[in-house]
Design a protein around this ligand. Structure first.
Ligand SMILES: [Zn+2]
Length: 477
């Protein structure tokens, strides 16, 4: 028996599941942190009954797009308020969206601008990655190093998209800065000119329906760029992280690199584990609901990606939540329902459905253990990006916790979602496993289907050095 009289809250009767262990324990929380773990804690001022439930670290979604500025006429649906409320309703307690380098602004101003969008709106804690879409001596020599020193030490770069892509030389220069200053480069790996050429060929042949989006960027396109990103990082002598790995052939490149002892890491997303290119071939314009890049692949692909997760070839599962509404002239229908696939905005939502889908298809289906689930969705992402207070249940860690019902069956419906979207690509999916209660720093923010959080309570997290950077330094030092 342990005295809980100094605890603000005790979670009683649950089974704690961490990335390594599963055990029966009560969890005592004080000042927003885990302060006591014991078989039985009595005498607490407040208790939360977790009988029959699992007590997991809240999810860490290390790849999502919130309050992203419009792209032409296209508007992204979720800001920090709707995005974080949706996240916590799905059991996620930390998000890492992207501060985009804005035209006519310094990187620092872009980051400050992004803080303004999160401030007063975020309902859970958040850290930022940067997106770099141009390089200048000023950016590489001063702005980026200064931001890395301030804890903005992961940045995404693109090998495709007209307004984002960097060439190999620019990528090498960014990798070199990351190496010198202790940052981690995240790469969107697809071969730009292949996609352009394939798209032109398809459109010239009159093939413009949504399904040709997948045809225009086959696995080889991602495989080549993944290999190139790995090689550039090897030449620069730094770790690299491959975002949203969709194709088994890209995962094979990462396995190849890791086999050679290169510090190469990667994530995949529920859309590549649960959807396929068949979904893009739904009647009429419905396939546009599934247009994202890279695209979902063939029916044999998810099994290979699950294997990559089991083996540790890929270390994280993130949502890449990138929401544009369907029945909306500022969303998927910006060019009308006859628009060629090249004019349909990319991206799908998934912040709220990530944990249930991965539990259901992963743990319930027998592909991964509950501990692996915790690692892939919370612990590993926190370690990857230096979120030292997040992603685990341990003394002193933030009490970001989800009470998880591993048995509960639910049918996913968009009407039950909290994002600002008019569809979910997972409509009608039957899932097992559901967040009953979500706590953020010891505060109940979601309980029995109701949000109890005030927007604005979320805090910005200054990241520590990313895990791969620490490991690389230890090795060479
Ligand atoms: Zn991307």
């Amino acid at each position: 028996m342990n005295d809980g009289s100094e605890m603000d809250l005790v979670i009683r009767g649950g089974t704690v599941v961490t990335a390594s262990d599963t055990f029966r324990a009560d969890v005592g929380i004080r000042d927003g942190r885990v302060a006591l773990l014991a078989e039985t804690i009595t005498g607490a001022r407040e208790t939360l009954d977790a009988g029959g439930l699992m007590v997991l670290p809240g999810g860490v979604d290390a790849h999502c797009h919130l309050a992203q500025p419009p792209k032409g006429k296209v508007e992204y649906a979720d800001d920090f308020e709707s995005g974080t409320l949706s996240a916590l309703a799905g059991g996620t307690t930390t998000v890492m969206p992207f501060a985009l380098q804005l035209p006519d602004m310094s990187l620092r101003e872009s980051v400050d601008d992004y803080h303004g969008k999160a401030n007063g709106k975020a309902a859970i804690d958040y850290a930022f990655h940067l997106i770099l879409n141009k390089t200048t001596p000023q950016i590489l020599g001063q702005e980026l190093p200064a931001l890395i020193r301030d804890g903005y030490n992961s940045f995404k770069i693109f090998m495709t998209y007209d307004d984002f892509r960097l060439d190999d030389r620019e990528i090498l220069e960014i990798l070199a800065v990351a190496g010198r200053e202790g940052g981690l480069v995240m790469v969107h790996a697809e071969n730009h000119h292949c996609i352009q050429w394939m798209s032109d060929e398809l459109l010239a042949a009159g093939k413009k329906e949504p399904k040709y989006h997948a045809t225009s960027r086959p696995m080889a396109v991602e495989r080549e760029a993944t290999h190139r990103a790995i090689s550039l990082a090897e030449v620069a002598g730094v770790p690299v992280f491959l975002v949203h790995v969709s194709a088994r052939e890209a995962a094979e490149q990462i396995a190849w690199a890791r086999e050679r002892d290169l510090p190469v890491y990667g994530e995949t997303c529920p859309q590549y584990l649960c959807l396929s290119e068949e979904d893009l071939d739904r009647p009429g314009f419905e396939g546009a609901k599934f247009i994202c890049s890279p695209p979902p692949r063939d029916a044999a692909n998810p099994a290979a990606l699950w294997r990559a997760l089991q083996l540790g070839t890929l270390q994280l599962v993130s949502s890449d939540h990138s929401p544009t509404r369907f029945d909306d002239p500022k969303g998927k229908k910006v060019g009308g329902t006859d628009a060629p696939f090249t004019k349909v905005p990319n991206g799908i939502p998934g912040l709220e459905t990530r944990l249930s889908l991965i539990w259901s298809e992963g743990v319930t289906a027998g592909r991964i253990t509950a501990n692996q689930f915790v690692d892939l969705t919370a612990t590993a992402p926190a370690k990857m990006y230096g979120l030292t207070q997040k992603g685990r249940i341990a003394i002193g860690a933030d009490a970001d916790i989800v009470l998880w019902d591993p048995e509960r069956r639910t049918t996913i419906k968009n009407e039950d979602q909290h994002h600002n979207m008019d569809y979910t690509p997972y409509e009608g999916f039957e899932v097992t496993g559901w967040p009953v209660t979500t706590l953020s720093r010891g505060e109940v923010v979601w309980q029995d289907g109701a949000i109890t959080a005030e927007p604005g309570r979320g805090r910005f997290i200054v990241c520590d050095t990313p895990g791969p950077v620490v490991q690389a330094a230890n090795r060479s030092g």
